[in-house]
Design a protein around this ligand. Structure first.
Ligand SMILES: NC(=O)c1ccc[n+]([C@@H]2O[C@H](COP(=O)([O-])OP(=O)(O)OC[C@H]3O[C@@H](n4cnc5c(N)ncnc54)[C@H](O)[C@@H]3O)[C@@H](O)[C@H]2O)c1
Ligand SMILES: O=c1ccn([C@@H]2O[C@H](COP(=O)(O)OP(=O)(O)O[C@H]3O[C@H](CO)[C@@H](O)[C@H](O)[C@H]3O)[C@@H](O)[C@H]2O)c(=O)[nH]1
Length: 327
C-alpha cells in the first residue's frame, strides 16, 4: 500500500481520488492552498496546507511524509478564464508543476501521475481523439497542460521520474454516497450551472453558442463520471508501482453529447424544466471533443462503468440537493 501526495486533494476531482485511494488501502496526503478547494472535502487522509509556488514548503512536505508517488491535480483549469488571463495560466500551472517535479526528484520520489486534459488536442475536424492524435491546443489552459506533459518527458530523461498522464475529457457527477461532490465558486461548468437553474438558484442557463457546425449547433463534449476517473488513478498508481513505463491515457467514454442534449437529459432525470437562454460563443471553446479511450481499457483494465450521462446527472443532482462545503 502506498503513500500518495495528492496536490489539489481539496478540489473536485482530487477529493474523489482521495476517497478511491483510501478505499483501495492507500494513504492520500492532500497538499492544497484552498484557493478553489474546500477544507471539508479533505476526509480521507491527512492534509498539508501549502502553495505549489512555494518550493521550500513542498520540500518540507516531502520530508515529512516520504510519499511513494505524486498525483498532481492542482491547477487553474478554466478554458474561458485562460483566454482572458493567459499569464496566470502559464506562470502558475507550469511553475507549480516544475516545482513539484523538482521536489519529487530531490526527495527520491520517482512516480508522477498528472491530470492533463483533452483540451491539449483542440478541434480536429471530427476525428476521434486517441493518444496518438497530434496535440494542438486552442487556448492557454490546454497549452499550459501540453507544456507540462513535455516537461514530464524531460524529467524522465534527465532524472528517471516515471509518469502517467491522464487526459480527462469532461468530468461530471459526484460521489454517489454524497460525501464529496462538485462545488466551484464561481461555478463555470455546464452540469452544476444547469442544476442551479433548475432549482432556481440562478435565473437561467446560458447556452454558449448555437451556430457551431454540429447537428444542433451546440458544442459536443465527452462526459466521464468523476468516480470512474478516481478509479483510473488507483490503476495508474498500480501501473507505476509494478514498474510500468511512462504512458499517456485518455479518460472518456467515446460518446459525445451536445449542450442541448445535456439539457434534455437533465430535464428528464430531474423531471423539472430547465430555464435556458441562448448566448454568444465562449472564447477558447473547441467545437467537438470526443475520446478514443481504448488504451486505458486495454492496458489499465479501466472501465467507465458509471459514466452514462443520466447516471452522472443523477449523482450530481443528489449532491446538489444534499451536500455543501462551507468556507
Ligand atoms: N473538471 C474537469 O472537467 C477537468 C477536465 C480535465 C482536466 N481537469 C484537470 O483536473 C484537475 C482538477 O480539476 P478540478 O475540477 O478538481 O479543479 P478544482 O479547482 O476543483 O481543484 C483544484 C484544487 O487545486 C488547489 N490548488 C490550485 N492551485 C494551487 C496551488 N498553487 N497550490 C496548491 N493547491 C492549489 C485548489 O485549491 C483546489 O483544491 C485540474 O488539473 C484540471 O485541469 C479537470
Ligand atoms: O454556462 C455554460 C457553461 C458551459 N457551456 C458549454 O458547455 C460545454 C462544457 O463546458 P464546461 O462545463 O465549462 O467544460 P469545458 O469548457 O469543456 O472544460 C472542462 O472540461 C475540459 C475538458 O474538455 C477540462 O480540461 C476543463 O478543465 C474543464 O473545465 C462547453 O461547450 C461550454 O461552452 C454552456 O453552454 N453554458
Amino acid at each position: 500500500m502506498g503513500k500518495i501526495l495528492v496536490t489539489g486533494g481539496a478540489g473536485y476531482v482530487g477529493a474523489h481520488a482521495c476517497k478511491a485511494l483510501s478505499r483501495a488501502g492507500h494513504t492520500p496526503i492532500t497538499f492544497d492552498n484552498y484557493s478553489t478547494g474546500w477544507r471539508d472535502a479533505v476526509r480521507f487522509g491527512p492534509a498539508e496546507e501549502g502553495d505549489l509556488m512555494d518550493r521550500a514548503r513542498l520540500d518540507e512536505v516531502f520530508a515529512a511524509h516520504a510519499p511513494d508517488a505524486v498525483m498532481h491535480f492542482a491547477a487553474l483549469s478554466q478554458v474561458g478564464e485562460s483566454v482572458r488571463e493567459p499569464g496566470r495560466y502559464w506562470l502558475e500551472n507550469v511553475t507549480g508543476a516544475v516545482n513539484l517535479a523538482e521536489a519529487a526528484v530531490a526527495a527520491g520520489c520517482g512516480r508522477f501521475i498528472f491530470s492533463s486534459t483533452c483540451a491539449t488536442y483542440g478541434d480536429q475536424d471530427g476525428v476521434v481523439l486517441d493518444e496518438e492524435t497530434p496535440q494542438r491546443p486552442e487556448n492557454p489552459y490546454g497549452a499550459s497542460k501540453r507544456a507540462i506533459e513535455e516537461i514530464l518527458r524531460d524529467f524522465e530523461a534527465a532524472h528517471g521520474l516515471r509518469h502517467v498522464i491522464f487526459r480527462y475529457f469532461n468530468v461530471a457527477g459526484a460521489d454517489p454516497e454524497g460525501e464529496v461532490g462538485e462545488q466551484h465558486e464561481p461555478e463555470t461548468h455546464l452540469i452544476p450551472l444547469m442544476l442551479d437553474a433548475i432549482d432556481g438558484k440562478r435565473d437561467a442557463l446560458t447556452v454558449f453558442g448555437t451556430d457551431y457546425d454540429t447537428p444542433d449547433g451546440t458544442c459536443i463534449r465527452d462526459y466521464v463520471h468523476v468516480c470512474d476517473l478516481a478509479d483510473a488513478h488507483v490503476l495508474g498508481y498500480g501501473w507505476l508501482d509494478k514498474g510500468g513505463p511512462s504512458r499517456a491515457f485518455n479518460l472518456g467514454t467515446g460518446h459525445g453529447y451536445s449542450v442541448r442534449e445535456v439539457i434534455e437529459h437533465s430535464r428528464r432525470v430531474t423531471n423539472r424544466s430547465v430555464p435556458v437562454v441562448e448566448g454568444a460563443r465562449r472564447a477558447g471553446d473547441a467545437v467537438r471533443l470526443v475520446s478514443g479511450s481504448e488504451r486505458a481499457k486495454a492496458e489499465l483494465g479501466w472501465t467507465p462503468a458509471r459514466s452514462s450521462l443520466d447516471r452522472m446527472i443523477e449523482d450530481a443532482w443528489h449532491w446538489h440537493q444534499t451536500g455543501r462545503f462551507e468556507r
